[in-house]
Design a protein. Structure first.
Length: 265
């Protein structure tokens, strides 16, 4: 049986109007993401990674080409797709458990069931004892854990994650990466994961998509050979991990330098 394609971009190009003329953010992008797969997007700043997530979620319509979720053309926001950003965007007047329940509350899930789901995720992410706290009472890592729980509580078919741990310190980032990998291994969700970190791309992704400098095109797609479950510390000690990290950097370096040169013009 062929793999189910959960998300697909077909010849997607995105232009934005500017006073100096149209800016092409991404050009001619074709990606097919299989059900249960994690695909990491990596590339220079401004290469259109976030733009692709916005198109896949239905928040933005492409200038050319089409995006499809479960074979249906994306024509607006999709309730089966969850978005997680660098900012946790927790509602300050709601407790942790109330924030986590917010998505299923909007879906009309009964109060007892939405609380059960939220509490189960908070326990899984070691936040149960903080369920009655407010966001300002939490550390940055705990806030992002809460945001992960909120993303998973609606049981979405797919998660789009835009550098969710970029604002965290190195120690919290490693911890949260492990929590997310563990939760993905339990649920088998389809994930598109944007990052600037090669290590994070290799830890998270089954495939790593390397994009060019603006306008963003796909330069290369690399299969990540490491089996699950994965642990960043153990992977880092692997010669294969080091070799693959260097291979990705050699592909990426030219694009990073080109993006930097264009910014200096």
């Amino acid at each position: 049986m062929p793999d189910l394609i959960r998300l697909e971009y077909r010849d997607v190009t995105m232009r934005f109007a500017q006073s100096a003329g149209p800016l092409t953010a991404v050009s001619g992008v074709n990606i097919a993401v299989r059900d249960g797969e994690v695909v990491s997007l990596i590339g220079p700043s401004g290469c259109g990674k976030s733009t692709l997530l916005n198109i896949g979620s239905g928040l933005t319509a492409p200038s050319e080409g089409q995006a499809f979720v479960d074979g249906e053309r994306v024509e607006g926001p999709n309730a089966h797709v969850a978005f997680m950003l660098q900012k946790d965007l927790l509602l300050p007047w709601r407790t942790v458990v109330e924030n986590v329940m917010f998505g299923v509350e909007i879906q009309g899930v009964a109060a007892a069931e939405r609380r059960r789901r939220a509490q189960a995720l908070l326990e899984n992410l070691k936040l149960a004892e903080f369920s009655g706290h407010y966001p300002h009472q939490l550390s940055g890592g705990m806030r992002q854990r809460s945001a992960i729980a909120r993303a998973f509580v609606t049981d979405p078919g797919m998660l789009l994650m835009d550098e969710p741990f970029a604002a965290l310190d190195a120690q919290n980032r490693v911890i949260l990466q492990g929590e997310l990998v563990r939760l993905w291994e339990q649920t088998g969700k389809t994930v598109i994961y944007v990052t600037h970190s090669i290590e994070e791309a290799l830890l998270m992704g089954d495939r790593t998509v390397i994009m060019t400098a603006q306008p963003g095109r796909i330069k290369r797609i690399i299969d990540v050979p490491f089996p699950h479950p994965r642990d960043l510390i153990q992977l880092s000690a692997s010669p294969e991990f080091g070799r693959l990290k260097l291979d990705i950097w050699r592909v990426l370096e030219e694009e990073v330098n080109r993006a930097r040169a264009e910014m200096e013009l």
